[in-house]
Design a binder for this molecule. Structure first.
Ligand code: ADP
Ligand code: MG
Ligand code: MG
Length: 205
């Protein structure tokens, strides 16, 4: 229950998910950006996990390692932003994991992203997936739902939020240069956020 190993399994799974989806995420980024988002994310996560995993590493340290790798090895907007997300989630991780503990940690991650990137909901960024996930986790914490269910609902909220970016006009990042032409395309960073949360839902309990 909520051990460091569960977090390591989550991160390892996330690295596999991004390796699998890199092409698709690049494709999404090609439509409204420079086509490197999938490559950026999979390279960052892979770098973080090349160092042999220490079974006893704390969740905070495991998440810090991934966060630092994303900040330092991934150029562009998403490296520092997802890096900050993982660092802040790690700094606020509570063991054993509970619904309210996860809600607090993911909220801290979202706040870090928003402080660094200055995006708000509706700007067509990763925030549009992360913010609904946090709202859902808070709601589940208030209802005292079990962690597994809370994470599944949170991941679904992130997925729905990511899908909703299709209709949005980009106001931050590279996609904002397109103005009206950004409408009608999914935001790749929002899709990545949903993938990260879906992966968490499969491993954190
Ligand atoms: P780059 O645009 O530098 O090539 P990526 O392609 O890896 O970086 O990442 C693009 C993603 O980063 C976007 O889809 C969006 O979700 C996210 N993003 C860009 N700028 C911001 C920002 N200011 N705040 C939050 N997210 C942002
Ligand atoms: Mg890009
Ligand atoms: Mg780029």
């Amino acid at each position: 229950m909520g051990t460091g190993n569960a977090v390591q399994e989550w991160l390892r799974d996330a690295a596999e998910v991004f390796a699998e989806h890199a092409g698709e995420l690049n494709e999404l980024d090609r439509a409204i950006g420079d086509g490197d988002h999938g490559t950026n994310m999979s390279r960052g996560l892979e770098t973080a996990l090349t160092i042999p995993i220490d079974e006893d590493m704390s969740p905070t340290d495991s998440l810090k390692r991934v966060g630092m790798a994303l900040v330092s090895t991934v150029g562009g907007a998403s490296g520092p932003l997802f890096g900050t997300f993982f660092l802040r989630v790690g700094q606020n991780w509570e063991t054993p994991s509970t619904t309210s503990g996860i809600a607090t940690a993911v909220r801290a991650g979202l706040e870090g992203v928003m402080a660094r990137g200055k995006a708000v909901e509706g700007d067509k960024t990763m925030v549009d997936a992360l913010a609904p996930a946090v709202a859902s986790l808070d709601d589940s914490a208030a209802k005292q739902l079990p962690l597994e269910m809370a994470l599944r609902l949170g991941a679904q909220a992130a997925h729905d939020g990511a899908q909703a970016t299709r209709g949005m006009l980009a106001r931050r990042g590279r996609a904002s240069y397109l103005g009206e032409r950004s409408i009608g395309h999914l935001d790749p960073g929002a899709i990545s956020s949903a993938l990260i949360l879906a992966s968490a839902a499969r491993h954190i309990s």
